[in-house]
Ligand binder design. Structure first.
Ligand SMILES: *[C@@H]1O[C@H](CO)[C@@H](O)[C@H](O)[C@H]1NC(C)=O
Length: 369
């Protein structure tokens, strides 16, 4: 081959490599639209079981939990008419080891106070327990679960965390003074946050290293809570996440927090002593995002657009809701860097191979002559 054809080959090879990689990088973010009259879902989780592989969302008033698959098909998984009328399903978590679903049940004013954690068997769909948390005007909000099957539930009104054992026994787990040490800012970053001034501890996530991360809506603070003794410390953040509602941990350790107007991506190098907000993604405030979930072993995070604000205030009927994949340009940039590193390595290898070949050819021709 002449040197010109060599170069042509090389360029062609590079173009093929780049072209084949671009579609995976620039893949369009996935939107799942689903229909269910006046569902107004607040909580979102993912059931990773091979026979399930779908999202789960709770109803605002129907005492029901529904699955949503990637095609947007809705199925009723749980319907529990034994719960008090018109109560809301808030936080959801799947205990995949024991095939259980945990659901926070809360009665929104003016309903009589009711706060509980319900557990359902995902195979038989029977209720396993209903753990009463409080008959006062507390707000049981979000739930997460550890490896032993213990559930942790946030109280947004009282700023503490309950614990519910595998058998359904509830107790107060953490009432750290850290939860009430920080002032609620006077200037809110978004006018839609006004009703949330009284909303304290909210999204909660268990991390495999034996601690929980909890976000506080009205102060925008994040806390690291020891799963053994409930001791809590504020996580030092590069900025406050005022309005923070849902939280989820990606398989690469990135933490995603959503508020009604923004999603934040956070990374920590020291097991959440301090953390950096490395990306912010504006969300569609009108559709009122509340929850975020990441599938197991997956980098992707999905946000639930449930229009709960419309439903709670009785501002109208609604049938169409959505689950949308969050796309971070920072992640895409990181992937791009890897592509260039790979191309560089490929190029270096190719040059080395050419060098070896030319040496071989020289040696051969020497021997032949
Ligand atoms: C529950 O909601 C329905 C429909 O909005 C209403 O007619 C009923 O009175 C409510 N029940 C209670 C106990 O508030």
């Amino acid at each position: 081959m002449t040197s010109i054809t060599h170069k042509m080959c090389l360029i062609f090879l590079l173009i093929v490599v780049v072209m084949s990689l671009i579609p995976t990088i620039a893949s369009k973010s996935h939107i799942i639209t689903f229909r269910s009259p006046n569902l107004f879902p607040e909580g979102l989780t993912w059931d990773p079981h091979p026979s399930a592989q779908h999202f789960l969302v709770g109803s605002l008033r129907e005492r029901s939990i529904h699955s949503i698959n990637h095609a947007g098909e809705v199925q009723t998984i749980i319907s529990d008419p034994n719960l008090p009328p018109n109560v809301t399903i808030l936080g959801l978590a799947v205990d995949s080891i024991n095939r259980r679903l945990l659901a926070v049940i809360h009665a929104i004013e003016p309903l009589p106070p009711f706060n509980a954690l319900a557990s359902y068997d995902l195979s038989s769909r029977k209720r396993l327990f209903l753990a009463k948390l409080s008959d006062d005007r507390e707000v049981a909000n979000d739930v997460t679960i550890d490896f032993s099957g213990t559930a942790y539930v946030t109280n947004s009104a009282g700023n503490f965390i309950w614990k519910v054992s595998f058998e359904g026994e509830a107790s107060i787990f953490s009432k750290s003074p850290a939860f009430t040490s920080y002032p609620v800012p006077q200037d809110l970053p978004h006018s839609d946050l006004l009703p949330y001034r009284s909303c304290g501890l909210n999204g909660i996530a268990y991390l495999s290293k034996g601690y929980l991360l909890v976000v506080q809506t009205n102060t925008g603070k994040m806390f690291k809570v020891d799963a053994e003794d409930g001791r809590a410390r504020r996580v030092l953040l590069t900025k406050d996440l005022v309005g923070a509602d849902g939280i989820s941990v990606r398989s690469d350790g990135t933490v995603v927090v959503v508020s009604p107007y923004m999603a934040w991506l956070l990374k920590s190098q020291d097991s959440w002593g301090e953390a950096v907000v490395y990306d912010e993604i504006a969300l569609n405030t009108e559709r009122f995002p509340t929850s975020v979930v990441t599938k197991h072993n997956d980098h992707r995070a999905y946000v639930l657009y449930g229009n709960v604000n419309v439903g709670i205030l009785g501002r109208g009927e609604k049938e169409v809701f959505a689950i949308e994949e969050l796309e971070s340009s920072k992640d895409t940039e990181d992937e791009m860097i890897w592509v260039f590193v790979l191309i560089g390595l490929g190029l270096a290898y190719f040059m080395y191979w050419r060098f070896q070949m030319s040496r071989l050819v020289k040696n051969m021709s020497k021997k032949l002559s």
